[in-house]
Design a protein around this ligand. Structure first.
Ligand code: ZN
Length: 133
């Protein structure tokens, strides 16, 4: 099954599925169809890759003024996470006191309701991060 079709069937942000370059081994999320490092050599072969979901906090910020329609609790913490595979994800840190959040903290992905689409009643889920056990 090709990557494009796979994507349409399973939301990427729920499953943390990116792509891994079969040539250099770099992992991309969101997935890339072509490895930007290997493209000139034309040897990049991208394959689906499911991230382990674990990473380290590179930097973070506490948001005190959420955007309109944000239904979560406020304030909340947003962090840039360097995943163990080497790619970066932005995500909310949950289940953690702000004082405990620090650069270098090990985190793991968890899946939470993010928002509800009022017009269709569809609840959307996405990844967030919590302190790794
Ligand atoms: Zn590559």
């Amino acid at each position: 099954m090709g990557i494009a079709r796979y994507w349409r069937e399973i939301p990427q942000r729920y499953n943390l599925i990116g792509t891994k370059c079969g040539s250099c081994g770099r992992v991309y999320f969101p997935p890339k169809a072509i490895c930007p490092v290997c493209r000139r050599k034309s040897i990049g072969k991208m394959e689906e890759y499911k991230l382990k979901g674990t990473g380290t906090v590179e930097t973070y910020t506490i948001i005190y003024t959420p955007p309109p329609h944000f239904e979560g609790e406020e304030p909340y913490a947003i962090a840039l996470i360097k995943m163990d595979e080497g790619c970066y994800l932005m995500g909310e840190i949950v289940d953690c006191d702000f004082e405990d959040i620090h650069i270098g903290m090990k985190v793991e992905a968890c899946f939470r309701r993010i928002e509800e689409d009022g017009t269709r009643g569809a609840i959307q889920y996405g990844y967030k991060f919590k302190k790794a056990e």
